[in-house]
Design a protein around this ligand. Structure first.
Ligand SMILES: NC(=O)c1ccc[n+]([C@@H]2O[C@H](COP(=O)([O-])OP(=O)(O)OC[C@H]3O[C@@H](n4cnc5c(N)ncnc54)[C@H](OP(=O)(O)O)[C@@H]3O)[C@@H](O)[C@H]2O)c1
Length: 302
């Protein structure tokens, strides 16, 4: 083996150790968060649910402009008014992110009417919430079109300009169900896993692109309309998250250019257990926690 290659091979574990220690120090003493005052933020599904709280939070953090996308004008208009009342310029556009032509058309309209988007938040999603055999084919397709492919189109529409400006951030509101799927929401879990891989791939691809970052947020069950009616077996042990908390933590992660955010942090345990426990033990955790049956109580949100 060539001398230089051998040298780098020997240094590699030391470099890894340095990076692990650096990450540990950052957990205790986080770096200075960046300001958002010059940023133009576009939030898909920004009219209601977590998206609405994200709009408020970006306004609270003094983002320059907020743009909301969604299908329902009434809630987009309401949220837009709320953001304006907070002193931030706000615009809304009707856009179904599952419709590629509409995404490209509205992205062009955004650039002409409002300007360059520097933070894109891919938040819009639907859930059919049934098993494979109980699912209508079109409903299965819709979840993939909105939750996964929609992010391809929005990112393709806005990322090139971010790369030119060397200033940009792609944010994805994903779910812990991307890492640990449950029965009864096969459309949703599949779309979220696939969107997780999309973000992982995108994040690595952006490593050599100065000024452009990516953040993937994986929250546990959050009290919005999305899973309304769903019964959790131990609500005191696994309480639902509040959408305003999810929004606040998401914006904090953007300000720190953090790549991954699991909410709550205890979800890291799930990742560890999944990689070390035998399948039978994991199945027992699902049975015990009630995740096998929780979707039976829920009607879906499309
Ligand atoms: N709630 C939870 O338990 C939970 C947990 C983990 C992760 N998440 C994720 O967090 C994100 C927000 O969820 P949420 O709880 O706020 O859900 P929600 O209350 O149902 O809101 C979904 C948002 O997406 C928009 N939307 C749906 N389909 C769309 C489409 N085709 N084009 C454009 N916008 C569309 C909706 O607006 P319109 O209907 O007006 O289009 C709405 O603003 C989602 O990605 C979800 O997967 C949620």
């Amino acid at each position: 083996m060539e001398c230089r290659a051998l040298g780098s091979l020997l240094l590699f574990p030391l470099h890894m150790l340095y990076l692990v220690l650096k990450a540990a120090v950052r957990m205790v003493r986080p770096p200075r968060p960046r300001e958002l005052s010059g940023e133009t933020v576009l939030i898909t599904g920004g009219g209601r649910g977590i998206g609405r709280h994200l709009a408020h939070e970006f306004a609270r953090q003094r983002a320059k402009k907020v743009i909301l996308w969604g299908r329902t004008e009434k809630c987009l208009k309401e949220t837009c008014e709320e953001v304006k009342m907070m002193g931030t310029e706000c615009h809304y556009f009707i856009c179904d992110v599952g419709n590629r032509e509409e995404v490209y058309r509205q992205a062009k309209a955004v650039r002409e009417k409002v300007g360059d988007v520097t933070i894109l938040v891919n938040n819009a999603a639907v859930v059919h919430g049934k098993s494979l055999m109980d699912s209508d084919d079109d409903a299965l397709l819709k979840s993939q079109h909105v939750n996964t492919l929609g992010q391809f189109w929005t990112t393709k529409a806005f990322l090139p300009r971010m790369l030119e400006l060397q200033n940009g951030h792609i944010v994805c509101l994903n779910s812990v169900l991307a890492l640990s799927a449950i029965p009864g929401a096969i459309d949703y879990c599949t779309s979220k896993s696939s969107s997780f891989a999309f973000m992982e791939s995108l994040t690595l691809g952006l490593l050599d692109c100065p000024g452009v970052h990516a953040t993937t947020v994986l929250p546990f069950h959050t009290s919005t309309e999305m899973f309304q009616g769903m019964k959790v077996r131990f609500p005191n042990l696994f309480p639902s998250l509040k959408p305003e908390m999810v929004a606040r933590k998401t914006v904090e992660s953007v300000k720190l250019n953090q790549a991954i955010l699991l909410l709550p942090w205890t979800m890291h345990l799930l990742v560890i257990l999944k990689s070390i426990l035998p399948t039978a033990a994991l199945e027992e955790i699902h049975r015990f926690s009630g995740s096998y049956t929780c979707m039976n109580t829920f009607k879906g949100r499309t």
